[in-house]
Design a protein around this ligand. Structure first.
Ligand SMILES: Nc1ncnc2c1ncn2[C@@H]1O[C@H](COP(=O)(O)OP(=O)(O)OP(=O)(O)O)[C@@H](O)[C@H]1O
Length: 673
């Protein structure tokens, strides 16, 4: 028969004493039951039994001991290792593994590691959550108790009050925020309590105030919304086409939850569940937390939401109004080009030779006058009128974009240089082509002026009649066209195509209001903006250059010119920067040339974000997505411009216009206007 373990010899006196008491207890209870006495006697005899007092004393000792004793984890591994090391040498024939374990445990660094482990294990690093309330409501199945630890970030959710019932609901949970990452709070959940206090009937502002004041843990009691709304839309990448500041937008339900963005910013829209307010984050931004942005269906939202854990304050327009735009329509007759009666000539090379293929049609010269004279006639831009005015139906908020890597067999992307007159666009283009004429080329322009001695049709220009020119205008043959000294000049799509067909990279400079004419699937333009340095730097770097690169006129830059270039640059950027793929500051000429080379290489060889409408076939999409290893949904927006009856009528009126109208002063008027 096996011995009762508690009675085994070798245990200390305390153990024997306790074992003895327990044995007596068992015996006493058995006798009490056998005696068949009534309950009161049994209870009395049990409560007055001496062993019960002994047991209680033992219990007290144990409680005291457990309070004084270190945590069971304390030095646990170290103690275990020491026990092992003490027992192994006593073994008669220790196995190989036992010997190896002994050697390992004996190493000082192993001892140090075990000691470190024990120190860490006895500490409680996690947040100490409040105990759950004792009284759970009857319908506890429908209630969820959520404990979040407040840190410096906002909780990432908005609340809304139902004015009829007085109930408070979670309006939305912001992707990537604290509430979202907890996975415990969802839009539509009814908020019942915050830190033990009922919220029904309270104003949302008061709840926010309470949340702002609370520290550490925040205990929410919510009735979960079922079923949860699902965001079925895949993520969408867009380029912002306007500036947006939630603090200036009176229609946003919760300005604190909004995300400001600027023209040209790349955004990833991750949630379109709400048709009015989408959730997005900026690409290349360190923050993973999304913000609210107006959807393209945005309309006035009357219900206000409040942002958790942010102090509520009434928002006023605090962003200063910035740059104004020049209205293109304001160009008047007095802005006519008056600088020179000379015409554009061959561009003379530095060694006196004429460089074929490097002729610059010189569109930009008349615009220099336009720039100077138009500064005084400003009208406020959409941007400076305030954000809400940007949200009219005609404004496009976003342009869908996809990541595109040019395939080796695709034609090179068209390189477009844009910048204020005088900044050095022609200089950079000229140098680029001169240094590497086998790779880069400019298109040959059309003109209505007569051919001069030494000129060859199709080399310097295509010399055409006014009728042919008008015909080309009406048939949308030109990417850009305009008038100079009574003659028309234009850059046609076909001449750009000729350059591409020759296997060269076509580089053109363009007036920014003509950007739309080149933004097509076919050309996939890469637009480089040439920005001036500060007027002070311009003054330093442009000591010698004359203002006009015309051979008849030499006028040097004045201080006023530099200021005007800077002003024109600000205006241009404010209006068109959403179209710029790259910005080069033309400070030191050598550096700028290098930057231009690098940018063009980048455009042709690296993946770029381009409008989704430029990839219009499934093949294009598969190609792009396979490169990226993921799929993007694309809405196809083909550009179709058939020559219909109205276009024919326009053609006739254009003919008449060109014959009789001497008031045509501005170059590059949009052909479609
Ligand atoms: N980084 C630079 N440093 C010094 N001079 C420069 C620099 N960039 C351009 N220039 C000079 O400034 C003058 C104007 O340049 P450019 O003709 O290229 O201007 P633009 O932007 O094409 O304007 P426009 O169309 O009115 O001619 C030229 O004489 C050019 O050599």
């Amino acid at each position: 028969m096996e011995e009762d373990p508690v009675m085994q010899p070798g245990h200390d006196d305390n153990d024997v004493g306790l074992a003895q008491i327990l044995t007596e207890v068992v015996e006493e209870v058995r006798l009490s039951i056998d005696r068949d006495i009534n309950g009161a006697d049994l209870l009395y005899s049990l409560l007055s039994a001496p062993w019960l007092y002994s047991l209680l004393r033992v219990y007290e000792c144990l409680v005291q001991h457990s309070q004084d004793a270190p945590s069971p984890y304390l030095s646990y591994s170290l103690r275990l290792s020491q026990e092992i090391m003490a027992s192994v040498p006593g073994l008669a024939a220790p196995s190989f593994e036992a010997q190896e374990l002994y050697i390992l445990l004996k190493c000082p660094h192993m001892q140090a590691l075990l000691s470190a482990h024990d120190s860490v294990a006895q500490r409680d690093y996690g947040p100490v959550l409040l105990p759950l309330p004792d009284k759970l409501p009857d319908n506890e199945e429908a209630m969820r108790i959520v404990c979040l630890v407040k840190n410096k970030q906002p909780l990432g959710a908005t609340i809304r009050k139902n004015e009829k019932t007085g109930n408070i609901f979670i309006a939305r949970v912001i992707h990537g925020g604290l509430a979202d990452r907890s996975g415990l709070l969802h839009p539509g959940d009814k908020l019942v309590e915050v830190n033990g206090q009922k919220v029904r009937g309270l104003q949302p502002e008061h709840i926010i105030q309470r949340l702002v004041q609370s520290q550490g843990n925040i205990l929410f009691k919510v009735i979960p919304n079922t079923p949860q709304p699902t965001n079925s839309q895949p993520a969408l990448h867009v380029r912002a086409m306007v500036d947006y500041s939630p603090l200036q937008d009176p229609t946003i339900p919760c300005p604190d939850a909004g995300m400001a963005f600027s023209k040209g910013d790349l955004l990833k829209i991750v949630d379109q569940t709400d048709i009015r307010w989408w959730q997005a984050r900026k690409l290349h931004s360190a923050s993973l937390c999304c913000g609210l942005i107006p959807s393209t269906n945005q309309f006035k939202c009357k219900q206000r939401e409040l942002w958790w854990s942010q102090p509520y304050q009434a928002h006023t327009c605090i962003r200063p109004l910035s740059a104004t735009d020049v209205g293109e329509e304001e160009i008047s007759d007095e802005n006519k080009c008056i600088e020179t009666d000379g015409d554009f000539e061959f561009e003379e090379g530095e060694n006196g030779e004429y460089m074929q293929g490097l002729y610059i049609a010189g569109f930009r010269h008349s615009l220099r006058v336009w720039r100077r004279k138009s500064n005084s006639k400003r009208k406020p831009s959409c941007y400076s009128c305030g954000v809400s005015s940007c949200h009219n139906t005609s404004a496009t908020l976003y342009e869908e974009v996809v990541h595109y890597q040019r395939h080796i067999d695709d034609p090179p992307r068209l390189i477009v240089l844009i910048g204020p007159s005088g900044v050095g666009v022609n200089e950079l283009r000229r140098r680029l082509i001169k240094i590497n004429p086998n790779t880069y080329q400019g298109p040959i322009s059309h003109t209505t002026r007569s051919q001069k001695m030494g000129e060859k049709n199709g080399r310097e220009y295509y010399f055409v009649t006014k009728e042919v020119f008008a015909y080309m205008v009406v048939n949308h043959k030109f990417l850009e066209y305009g008038e100079h000294n009574g003659h028309m000049y234009g850059t046609s799509l076909d001449s750009v195509q000729d350059v591409l067909d020759n296997g060269k990279i076509c580089v053109i400079d363009l007036e920014p209001h003509c950007i739309h004419s080149v933004r097509s699937k076919k050309l996939k333009p890469y637009i480089i903006y040439v920005r001036p340095p500060s007027p002070a730097r311009m003054k330093q770097t442009r000591k010698d250059p004359h203002f006009l690169s015309n051979r008849y006129i030499k006028r040097y830059f004045s201080d006023k010119d530099f200021e005007e270039i800077e002003e024109a640059s600000r205006t241009m950027e404010a209006k068109y920067r959403q179209y710029f793929d790259c910005v080069i500051v033309n400070d030191d000429l050598q550096d700028s040339c290098m930057d231009l080379f690098t940018a063009i290489q980048h455009a042709q060889e690296e993946p770029q974000w381009i409008p989704a409408s430029w990839l219009s076939s499934l093949t294009d999409l598969c190609h792009t997505n396979s490169l990226l290893g993921r799929c993007t949904s694309v809405r196809i927006k083909p550009r179709i411009r058939p020559l219909d009856d109205s276009a024919k009528t326009l053609l006739i009126s254009h003919h008449q216009l060109l014959r009789h109208d001497s008031s045509q002063t501005r170059m590059g008027r949009k052909q479609t206007s």
